[in-house]
Design a protein around this ligand. Structure first.
Ligand SMILES: Cc1cc2nc3c(=O)[nH]c(=O)nc-3n(C[C@H](O)[C@H](O)[C@H](O)COP(=O)(O)O)c2cc1C
Length: 351
């Protein structure tokens, strides 16, 4: 993990309310998947190329037609206002200033329109299919109208994973904040929190439906198998995100680092493949990109940054990661992620 991230993590731990810190850090079940996420990127070794001119390294990338200064993307996460008063408005400003894309969660704690107005860079909207499907569709329409570039449909959450660490712990999120983006769409008299729960009956047709509703590409988040990724692509997905939801859904799910190659092989370049879970340095990202990912999402480090130093710290984290990636790409003999050859990353030889 980069030193800056360790520093921000330590600072966040001291400034956040203990129950918020635990909510951000928690994983589901026995936290096996959470515990393996970071280490799994270290199960690979690199075979650098030499005698190549790496005096200029460029990590700029393009995702669904949007040009980005680096392949680091802010992962969708709930309730940024628990970390900083401006919530997601600070996140999109900080990420935009680093030339990065932010994915804004359905459970964002600031109105989408305010987030859009604060954005200094591109943003996508993360959707959950909720029991009241009209609610999801209304949000997707609003996100599209506000300027979202894509919808990220999270599919690993038919139910919210049980997090024993925070079981019974109440975080005081006032209802108007919990439902800040949903409240206006709720039918009078409906029990808000229930209509906004995930719909466990979701099937692949939802991908095309949301694409039609928003007029935006739909990227599916939360796949760990090549065959499943292919099903998503066949259902119309414009991209897939290999993810264990930060170890917060199915515990003992394969770490993203180990699931990535299978997905890349199955998708075979038809759509971009993104990945997240435990990415904490340029070298972690180098492994992911070398295995065929087009971009990497970063979750908790952004929350640490928000808590420790608001938007400016988010910019610093993303710039530091991009700088580190440039550095290790050069050491690996590549001038850009696209210049990495398939032989660069190998599984660590077993002793
Ligand atoms: C506090 C927290 C809230 C999250 N909320 C969401 C969410 O609302 N939607 C979603 O698709 N993923 C959510 N995630 C998962 C992240 O998008 C991402 O997959 C994960 O955090 C990446 O792993 P990392 O934190 O190790 O970088 C959340 C993760 C955390 C830590």
């Amino acid at each position: 993990m980069l030193a800056l991230l360790t520093e921000l993590r330590d600072r966040a731990r001291t400034v956040l309310r203990p129950e918020v810190w635990e909510y951000y850090e928690a994983g589901s079940g026995d936290e096996v998947t959470l515990g393996e996420a970071e280490a799994a990127w270290r199960d690979f070794r690199l075979r650098p190329r030499v005698l190549r001119d790496v005096s200029g390294v460029d990590v700029a990338t393009s995702l669904l037609g949007t040009r980005l200064r680096s392949p680091f993307v802010v992962a969708p996460m709930a309730f940024h206002a628990l970390a900083t008063p401006d919530g997601e408005c600070a996140t999109v400003r900080g990420a935009g200033d680093a030339g990065c894309l932010t994915v804004v969660s359905t459970r964002a704690s600031r109105p989408l329109e305010d987030v859009a107005a604060a954005a200094s860079g591109p943003w996508w909207f993360q959707a959950y299919l909720m029991r009241d499907r009209g609610l999801t569709e209304a949000l997707v329409r609003r996100a599209a109208a506000a300027g979202a570039g894509a919808v990220v449909l999270t599919v690993d959450t038919p139910h919210v994973g049980r997090k024993q660490r925070v079981a019974g712990v109440r975080i005081d999120v006032p209802d108007d904040e919990y439902l800040v983006n949903l409240a206006r769409h709720l039918v009078l008299g409906a029990v808000g929190r229930e209509s906004a729960e995930q719909d466990p009956s979701m099937t692949p047709d939802v991908v095309a439906r949301l694409a039609e509703v928003g007029g935006l590409p739909v990227v599916v988040k939360g796949v760990l198998r090549g065959d499943e990724a292919l099903r998503c692509v066949e259902a119309g997905a414009a991209g897939v995100v290999v993810s264990t939801h930060g170890g917060r859904q199915l515990d003992r799910a394969l770490p993203s680092a180990h699931a990535l190659a299978d997905v890349v092989a199955a998708v075979a370049g038809r759509v971009p493949v993104l990945v997240d879970g435990g990415i904490r340095s340029g070298t972690d990202a180098l492994v992911a990109l070398g295995l065929g990912a087009d971009a990497v999402l970063v979750g908790r480090p952004v929350l640490w940054a928000l808590a420790a130093g608001g938007a400016a710290a988010v910019t610093s984290v993303l710039e530091e990661l991009a700088g580190d990636l440039r550095h290790v790409l050069a050491l690996a003999g590549a001038t850009s992620p696209a210049d990495l050859d398939p032989g660069t990353v190998v599984a660590r030889p077993r002793p």
